[in-house]
Design a binder for this molecule. Structure first.
Ligand code: AMP
Length: 510
């Protein structure tokens, strides 16, 4: 069933309910949101876009994100959310791979729209829409009809970085997102109609996906004026339209807690500003969550998931995070919690045989939240989904109550500030920089970012590598956030007998 029916449902029963906020200002009621999304759908169809075709959103957080996302679904189209921090070349690669027809961009992200090719059209998201604003009377009355979609049809084509250095399109269906949305109420939190979600992290990722449960409940959707994370702004916004719920990577949680501590915000004021802070996407250290609970009070819930099963894997509830008298409290804090309602979790060896309790293996997920597969990539799909189970690439152990603790990532992925960075992608770029013979990239622990990227470079004979030149080269070819924060120029890389670089050795050095 098309997710757009969720919007139509509330727009009919409660058209005047405040829906979308730009900072503290309401910019759409549910009736207006539905009328605008229906108008977008009609316009997409007038441009010749047919169900199943792709519309890319390469934009910063913006209230129109929600109208466009639902508008695309309303017309039966597939949304391709692209992280606004990506390089234009990376964006172009995704457009080509997805064969997107139309793109909506923020002007500062794509200063020259003619630089993008292969699209039928590119629209600046800040420009006035190409249709007339529906009057309040129209909003909630006649709406252009929703194009029916099956549960297995793709709604969200999310590009994840691949270990091969090329991103893969994860096909997330209408059923996947509905399952995630319904599960939120049982595994994460309750949502009352007056509650508000704030989009403090990029809407192209998990934060945007959480629009679904808040749409189901008819809650308020708040896009901060800064478009993202400014801790002081969020505290103020929470007092104005909150209390807010939000999804945050551990780095963002840390900034909020630092702000609360530095500005001496009392727990009661934290409670007035924030209802629930859902954290996940990267490891949260036990000491950090204990400090967060101490300073901001019982408003945290942890989730573990991945692009291939968005936001749905395990959860550690508010009550479990509070229950410090529990005999296994320390183990719980160090874990990612228990399987969410709609999935089963196993930990197996490389052949899919269950590991004994407490022993580390690969984490597998099965359930209706798991992707349909990778876009036009049957080999990668067959490797990731075997006999109905998603192989997450995460290593972990289950204990006898079903608590999952992640130990390591099998793929050497670096998570910096909540964003995934695959070393190979950075290595491939640096290997093309003038004077570089060999390179190996690893993550180094970092108090602020979780991890930072460190590149070990071996110069070609007779060459002298300069950090500034390497950095400039990276800026030209990959997203800013992926480029190394530190370089080490070395004579040789440590290797094993097969000639493979020993990354474990390099990690010890950093
Ligand atoms: P993404 O596909 O971008 O959502 O990244 C998913 C990956 O982030 C997972 O496969 C894990 O390696 C990591 N991750 C997600 N949630 C958690 C969590 N709560 N704790 C530790 N790592 C996590």
């Amino acid at each position: 069933m098309n997710l757009a029916y969720l919007l139509e449902r509330i727009a009919r029963t409660d058209p005047l309910r405040p829906a979308i906020f730009n900072g503290p200002h309401c910019v759409a009621t549910y009736g207006q949101w539905a009328a605008r999304s229906a108008a977008w759908a009609q316009w997409f169809q007038a441009q010749g876009l047919v169900p199943g075709e792709r519309v890319a959103l390469f934009m910063r957080n913006h209230p129109r994100y929600l109208e466009l996302m639902l508008g695309a679904w309303w017309a039966g189209l597939v949304v391709v959310p692209i992280n606004a921090k990506l390089h234009l070349k990376e964006m172009q690669w995704i457009i080509d791979n997805a064969q997107a027809r139309w793109a909506f961009v923020s002007a500062d992200v794509v200063p020259d729209r003619s630089a993008l090719s292969g699209l039928q059209g590119v629209s600046d998201v800040a420009h006035a829409p190409p249709w007339e604003e529906p009057t309040p009377a129209q909003a909630g009355a006649f709406l252009h009809p929703i194009t029916p979609r099956a549960g297995d049809d793709t709604a969200w084509l999310f590009y994840t970085s691949g270990t091969t250095g090329r991103p893969k399109g994860v096909m997330i269906t209408h059923r996947n997102l509905r399952t995630m949305g319904m599960g939120y109420f049982n595994d994460v939190d309750t949502i009352a109609p007056g509650d508000a979600i704030a989009y403090a992290a990029p809407m192209s990722h998990g934060a945007g996906v959480y629009a679904i449960p808040h749409l189901m409940a008819g809650a308020r959707h708040v896009v901060p004026l800064s478009g993202g994370l400014d801790a002081a702004e969020l505290f103020t916004l929470g007092q104005q339209v909150g209390p807010l719920s939000l999804f945050a990577a551990p780095t963002i949680v840390k900034r909020l807690v630092d702000h609360a501590e530095a500005a001496q915000v009392a727990p009661a004021r934290c409670a007035a500003a924030f209802k629930t802070i859902v954290y996940g996407g990267a490891p949260m250290y036990a000491a950090d969550i204990q400090r967060a609970l101490r300073i901001m009070g019982p408003r945290f819930v942890q989730i573990f998931g991945q692009g291939e099963s968005p936001m749905v894997g395990t959860a550690l509830s508010r009550a479990q995070l509070q229950d410090s008298a529990h005999p296994r409290y320390a183990a719980r804090l160090a874990s990612v919690g228990f399987a969410q309602t709609s999935v089963r979790i196993r930990v197996t060896d490389a052949h899919g045989v269950d590991m004994p309790l407490g022993e580390v293996g690969e984490v597998l997920i099965q359930g209706d939240s798991v992707m349909a597969g990778y876009w036009r990539n049957p080999e990668a799909t067959a490797a990731a989904i075997r006999e109905g189970w998603l192989w997450t690439g995460d290593m972990g152990a289950l204990d006898d109550d079903g608590l999952l603790t992640l130990k390591d990532r099998s793929k050497d992925m670096i998570i910096s500030g909540g964003s995934n960075i695959y070393p190979r992608e950075v290595e491939e770029v640096l290997l093309q920089a003038p004077g570089v013979a060999e390179v190996a990239v690893v993550g180094a622990p970092d108090a602020e970012w979780g991890e930072v990227v460190v590149a070990f470079c071996v110069p070609q004979p007779g060459q002298n590598l300069q950090t500034e030149a390497l950095d400039a080269y990276c800026l030209e070819h990959i997203a800013r956030f992926k480029r190394p924060k530190r370089y080490a120029v070395v004579d040789a890389l440590p290797k094993n007998n097969y000639g493979k670089v020993l990354k474990t050795e390099l990690r010890k050095r950093v």
